[in-house]
Design a protein around this ligand. Structure first.
Ligand SMILES: [Zn+2]
Ligand SMILES: [Zn+2]
Length: 364
């Protein structure tokens, strides 16, 4: 297995991201700020590792479809040696990302995937790693205008990686407002608003690298100093399971569809906005939370929990590096079996952490 190992960008990127998490943790400690919670951060990191297992396999499908459509319908020739190709592709990718992301919030079935990223009640660099494992099946469709324009698949994949990695650093509470950059870039302040569950934060700031799209399409909101942000989702996840965090809203949706009174109502639950409800029933969406009274999900973290969390992360990280480095040579069926085993590992740790003896609430 090791003989066939080939270095992939993510194998180098993931340790750097983890190091940055520790650096932020150190800065927060020096500043006397509590922006991390152990179980939340380990869960976020494990969700990120899980998404790499699933997406590195699943995203191949999207890239293959993109390449086929580009080869068949690509209109123009683009030189990968020209900086213009890369700048244009990045700008257009970021514009399309805005719509992928906005749709991820506005269409229930897509929100079922994207909600994973928003399920943390903390906001720090580990939150950035909380990426969904189930969005790969639809996202590539939004980027097909790039394929139709003839942008080569390698450019599409690389600008997609750049767009994703840019968004890492904006998940922090330790950087304030950044002057004129706030006008056109997505910044920590801009993205804090996006992760808020306060009324003024809902469905705001969908940008990836540039917030120009939000300004252009009326979804921009400035952070308000006088109203501290409560992070997370209004129907809290209340789980440390990396697997359940990816699936819980699909169950909510399934129950809504199953109990729908007509096929039209069932369809609306899938394609309408997340707080949609039939006209003759009560809308159950909750009110803007207050930062002083909001109770975050907390549980005991004895040494056994801490060690099991760290051990799971280290085992998963080692397996992921081996998997990413050798996946190209593994038949698809074996890849799927391997990913299924990893999902089982993460589901197992989620179960252990959900045991009743660890669930007594513990406040900061
Ligand atoms: Zn979002
Ligand atoms: Zn985010």
């Amino acid at each position: 297995m090791i003989d066939n190992f080939s270095l992939k960008p993510m194998i180098l990127v993931i340790p750097v991201l983890l190091a940055l998490v520790f650096i932020e943790l150190g800065f927060a400690y020096l500043k006397g700020r509590k922006v991390y919670n152990f179980q939340d951060s380990i869960t976020s990191i494990n969700i990120g590792l899980l998404s790499q297992f699933v997406n590195s396999t699943g995203a191949v499908f999207g890239a293959v479809m993109y390449a086929l459509i580009e080869a068949r319908y690509g209109t123009f020739e683009w030189s990968t040696a020209s900086p213009f190709t890369w700048i244009f592709a990045l700008l257009l990718y970021d514009f399309l990302y805005y719509w992928v992301h906005r749709t991820g919030h506005m269409v229930n079935i897509f929100w079922a995937a994207h909600i994973t990223h928003h399920s943390s009640e903390e906001f720090n660099l580990s939150t950035a790693m909380r990426q969904a494992s189930t969005g790969f099946y639809f996202k590539w469709v939004f980027y097909l205008p790039l394929a139709v324009l003839g942008i080569p698949v390698e450019v599409y994949v690389i600008v997609g990686l750049v767009d994703l990695l840019y968004q890492f650093w904006v998940h922090t509470r330790l950087i304030g407002r950044l002057g004129f950059l706030e006008w056109f870039l997505v910044t920590p302040s801009n993205h804090r608003v996006h992760h808020g569950q306060n009324d003024y934060c809902i469905d705001r700031n969908f940008g990836g690298i540039f917030c120009l799209w939000d300004r252009l399409f009326g979804t921009y909101a400035d952070e308000r100093e006088e109203e501290p942000i409560v992070y997370g989702i209004r129907k809290p996840l209340e789980s440390w399971s990396p697997v359940w965090s990816n699936l819980h809203y699909y169950k909510t949706l399934w129950l809504k569809v199953k109990n729908a009174r007509s096929w039209r109502e069932g369809l609306m639950f899938i394609v309408a906005e997340p707080d949609w409800s039939p006209a003759d029933t009560e809308n159950t969406s909750t009110k803007s939370p207050m930062v002083d009274s909001y109770q975050k999900h907390r549980s005991h973290a004895p040494t056994s929990i801490r060690l099991s969390g760290i051990a799971t992360t280290l085992v998963a990280l080692t397996l992921l590096i081996l998997y990413l480095g050798t996946r190209d040579q593994i038949p698809l069926a074996r890849q799927l079996i391997f990913v299924a085993i990893v999902i089982g590992l993460f589901a197992g740790i989620g179960k252990v952490w959900s045991l009743e003896k660890f669930q007594a609430p513990q406040h900061d």
